[in-house]
Design a protein around this ligand. Structure first.
Ligand code: BGC
Length: 654
């Protein structure tokens, strides 16, 4: 009897556990296919070892892909449709080639050996997944030639219980950014017009032409901006239009009245729609005559820029509150004066690059005070691009584990991960950070700028008026750089920094390996600027009017036509999530401007790289039709909700 009772109770308990256990273990929710960005580089093959065309430390000796799901995903899974890694033995290891499935911290969940033609699905916790191929020891080209892996898809899990509730402060600026020569079209009389029309093959063979014809269609574009809900739009004024001729000594410059009226109408069109303009005075392109005089290479030329700045400020006072003096001095300097840059004037001289950089800051300082003299209420900043720098190691060690020792696979991964940079890599990373980021921050606090790009390539100057020359902090954020030191790697580069890009360890945007997908680094940067704001008020005796993200965005790429939109929606959601976290943790961020409103002429990439929320096929569509991308519809929803809510979830899709 007692036994029967016990059995009964046992059955009830088991049934209860099973029933509740189902609820506890299998969280309810939905598996979703990840956007198309992961297709980059897949199916990946193993390049032959020691091949002269493969750079050490670039992809060799690991291959694979690292991919993120939106930040709110709790699990990920990958489906592999076929794989073969045939080399079985290496020294003491059973298998020479394996496929590893791990998370972003290198924690291994699955280790696959041999071959399979069956479809297989592997799941791991978290919102990031890496599929990496590891090969041990030397192998001949032949033995690796027929190795392959084919990844069919990545999916991520969204639990039903999810509650996204990330609201931004009242009055937050939601906007988008553009620049004149990239959207207006027909900017003849500027260095960029000449540059793109110059040697064939530049800018991927694209000429600027009509671009999006924003010059004539700005009303239509601002209607779109309005419909999207934007309350700030960043435009730039084309100096070459305003002042097409070099001023003669002692004479009043010849201003082009029609063009001044044009920009007055543009500004009015924004105000009519209750959109606050942010106006950049110098966004890379410059009058040809100014460029021919050396542009910012020569500090004697700064005075021309200041005259133009004064003219704009006095003409448009009352129409502009937010001024950007100069956009991204570092991009201008390294893009134009470093041989890898691809921007005009296409010189190769790092010493001059340093000079241009420093002259830009002097020009900013002078412009800042000139604007304030005319319009004391103006809010002025320089748009500083800040790349977050992280020290990497070089991945050669664990490939040659000591004979006789069989290192566990996860130890191998950790040894090669970014967590173990050498001291020299850290030093180099610090050097890169000083040039790109810290030199500017220090200069604003002290009035002294020092930049160093390597032996014989440096510049320093006291610019007392630079101290405190900022009303708000405009920052452009795109990506993180992985920096490492290696003696013989890439010895032919003249740039002192070596960047190491590991697609198997970090996700990259369709723009390529120099564009890591790094929303978490956005948070790091905001925390740094939070600290800077405190230093600024202590050292300069005034408070900054917050931080405005003056650019943040991602490009899709297609060589001939409009690109499919890949990861922009996920990009926006993840970046806004980290921005929100930064605001919650005390960063005084007042606005976010997405780059860009429209697909446009993307510098050295021409029209193949497309950053717009709105698609415009500048190469093939004579009508230049404006088409809303999915991300534009998402952005509209986010703005309507003043932040992230569950309504964003359906937008991250395949
Ligand atoms: C520049 C833009 C450019 C964008 C995307 C920024 O560095 O200010 O002109 O199009 O990045 O590369």
């Amino acid at each position: 009897m007692l036994l029967k009772m016990k059995q009964k109770i046992g059955c009830i308990v088991v049934a209860f556990l099973l029933l509740t256990g189902v609820h506890i273990l299998a969280e309810e929710g939905e598996w979703k296919l990840l956007d198309k960005s992961w297709k980059l580089g897949l199916p990946f093959e193993l390049p032959p070892r020691y091949s002269p065309d493969i750079h050490w430390g670039d992809v060799y000796p690991h291959h694979g892909i690292a991919i993120n799901a939106p930040y709110y995903a709790t699990n990920m899974r990958v489906t592999i449709s076929g794989r073969k890694f045939s080399r079985k033995k290496w020294v003491t290891r059973d298998w020479a080639d394996v496929v590893i499935i791990c998370d972003m911290n290198g924690k291994v969940y699955h280790c696959l050996k041999g071959e399979s033609t069956e479809e297989e699905t592997y799941e791991i916790p978290g919102n990031g997944i890496r599929v990496q191929v590891f090969s041990y020891g030397n192998a001949s080209r032949e033995s690796l030639n027929d190795n392959y892996i084919e990844v069919k898809q990545f999916e991520y899990f969204v639990p039903n219980r999810l509650e996204i509730d990330e609201h931004f402060p009242e009055g937050f600026f939601w906007g988008a950014a553009t620049s004149a020569f990239q959207v207006e079209g027909n900017c003849n009389g500027t260095d960029w017009w000449e540059w793109a029309n110059g040697l064939p093959g530049r800018c991927h063979g694209d000429k600027i032409g009509d671009a999006t014809d924003h010059y004539n269609r700005y009303e239509e574009d601002f209607d779109i901006a309005k419909e999207m809900g934007l309350n700030m739009v960043r435009i730039s004024i084309e100096w070459g239009r305003i002042e097409p001729e070099e001023p003669k000594d002692g004479e009043e410059p010849k201003w082009n009245r029609n063009e001044i009226d044009h920009y007055r109408n543009v500004l009015k069109a924004l105000h009519d729609r209750k959109i606050e303009p942010m106006v950049t005075l110098f966004h890379f392109s410059q009058p040809t005559w100014f460029a021919n005089k050396g542009g910012f290479e020569n500090d004697k030329n700064i005075k021309y820029f200041i005259e133009y700045v004064k003219k704009i400020t006095s003409e448009f006072s009352g129409l502009i509150t937010y001024y950007i003096t100069i956009n991204e001095p570092e991009t201008l300097a390294l893009g134009g004066w470093n041989r890898e840059g691809g921007l005009p004037p296409g010189k190769e001289n790092n010493n001059l690059a340093c000079k241009v950089f420093v002259n830009c800051f002097e020009a900013h300082a002078k412009a800042y005070w000139a604007i304030h003299e005319i319009d004391p209420k103006a809010k002025v900043s320089l748009a500083k691009n800040m790349r977050v720098m992280a020290a990497n190691n070089f991945c050669d060690r664990p490939l040659n584990p000591e004979p006789g020792k069989d290192l566990p696979v996860d130890a191998l991964i950790m040894n090669q991960s970014v967590d173990k940079p050498t001291d020299f890599s850290k030093w180099l990373c610090d050097l890169g950070d000083k040039f790109t980021n810290q030199s500017y921050l220090d200069a604003l606090l002290t009035g002294r700028i020092c930049v160093f790009l390597g032996p014989g390539c440096s510049a320093e100057r006291n610019i007392p008026e630079l101290k405190g020359a900022l009303d708000f902090f405009a920052v452009n954020y795109y990506t993180r750089d992985r920096i490492f030191f290696h003696l013989w790697y890439d010895t032919d580069t003249k740039f002192v920094l070596n960047m190491k890009y590991r697609p198997d360890q970090h996700e990259y945007t369709p723009m390529g390996k120099r564009w890591e997908y790094a929303p978490d680094a956005f948070y790091t940067l905001m925390m740094r600027l939070k600290k800077f704001s405190v230093d600024f008020s202590e050292k300069c005796g005034k408070e900054l009017d917050g931080i405005i993200i003056a650019e943040n965005g991602v490009g899709d790429v297609d060589d001939v036509k409009l690109a499919d939109e890949t990861m922009r929606s996920r990009f926006i959601i993840d970046h806004l999530h980290y921005l929100h976290k930064a605001i919650r943790d005390g960063a005084d961020v007042r606005g976010y401007l997405h780059w860009s409103l429209l697909d446009n002429f993307e510098l050295a990439e021409g029209y193949r790289a497309q950053f717009g929320l709105i698609a415009v096929d500048c190469r093939n569509d004579k009508e230049l039709k404006r088409t809303w991308k999915d991300s534009a519809k998402l952005y509209q929803k986010i703005i309507r909700d003043n932040g992230l809510t569950n309504t964003v979830i359906p937008y991250v899709r395949k």
